[in-house]
Design a protein around this ligand. Structure first.
Ligand SMILES: O=C(O)c1cc(=O)[nH]c(=O)n1[C@@H]1O[C@H](COP(=O)(O)O)[C@@H](O)[C@H]1O
Length: 271
């Protein structure tokens, strides 16, 4: 999917919501544990109930890898279901990869070719030659960590290197990389006060913004300072939506939470 197609979907659905499919077997309704593939059954129910309210889903691969081969199969079934049934949805493998060039190429093939995700999250720490192999894939997107939502973001990302904060160096430097038009960036919703500065460096790049809901990030502030002329935001919520209830109505309850966020987003889009 191209960024223009993503923007079209956002305007059509009046939503820039991304739902995080971070499935923990200890948190899903008990009755699903009897199913052959509880993770996929859970995801399918959540997706069917919420697909009209969001434009993207983001399974974090940790929640699948933790269950070994069975978990990876659940991830594969989930992405295949999304691509077959809801091809207009933008799909993000949240895997936070990045390594020397030939290894990064294999990571990129795993997520863009074998699993056919639209995007993958990548860490910038190893630099240009660790990220460019991902950028080489046409109409695929590499979402690089810039300023993350966690407390540890202040350990390195906001420290000054040659007079500028490291996250700003990451944003500036990566603009010159080959196929940098395929870059998006992660900026945490808990760091809303940084968005205006970030927009000065990357005025129209799409930002994946996790941290609303369970981590306490403020949607209003993110929208106020982060929205760009092409919208440029994908706001993620995982636990705050998918674990809205543990009873048999869990998917409808999740949809209610998604609707609340979608309605706030719609207000911003019509302003
Ligand atoms: O790359 C991410 O998505 C990410 C970056 C970041 O800075 N903070 C962050 O929370 N995430 C991910 O976003 C999701 C947030 O989940 P909730 O806090 O449950 O909404 C998890 O999958 C995190 O791994």
């Amino acid at each position: 999917m191209t960024t223009e197609q993503l923007e079209f979907q956002i305007r059509k659905k009046k939503s820039f919501l991304c739902i995080g499919l971070d499935v923990d077997l200890n948190k899903i309704p008990k009755h699903l544990l009897k199913e052959e593939d509880p993770i996929f059954s859970f995801n399918k129910a959540i997706i069917d109930a919420t697909h009209h309210l969001c434009v993207a889903y983001k399974p974090n691969t940790a929640f699948y890898e933790a269950y070994g081969i069975k978990g990876w199969k659940s991830l594969e079934k989930t992405i295949n279901y999304l691509n077959d049934k809801y091809p207009d949805i933008f799909t993000i493998a949240d895997a936070k990869r990045g390594d020397i060039g030939n290894t990064s190429t294999m990571y990129a093939k795993a997520f863009f070719e074998d699993l056919a995700f639209d995007a993958v999250t990548v860490a910038p720490y190893m630099g240009k030659d660790s990220v460019e192999p991902f950028l080489a894939f046409k109409d695929k997107h590499t979402i690089m960590l810039a300023l993350t939502s966690n407390e540890g973001a202040f350990d390195f990302q906001t420290k000054k290197v040659e007079g500028k904060e490291l996250y700003k160096q990451v944003l500036n430097t990566s603009k010159s990389w080959e196929n940098s038009k395929n870059l998006m960036y992660v900026v945490g919703a808990t760091k809303a006060e940084y968005f205006a500065e970030i927009r000065k460096i990357i005025p129209t790049s799409f930002l994946l913004v996790p941290g609303v809901g369970a981590q306490g990030g403020n949607l209003q502030d993110v929208c106020k300072y982060g929205l760009s002329e092409n919208i440029g935001l994908l706001i993620n919520s995982s636990r705050g939506i998918i674990y809205a209830s543990k009873n048999e109505h869990f998917a409808n309850e999740a949809a209610k939470k998604a609707l609340q966020l979608q309605q706030q987003m719609e207000n911003f889009l019509i302003q």
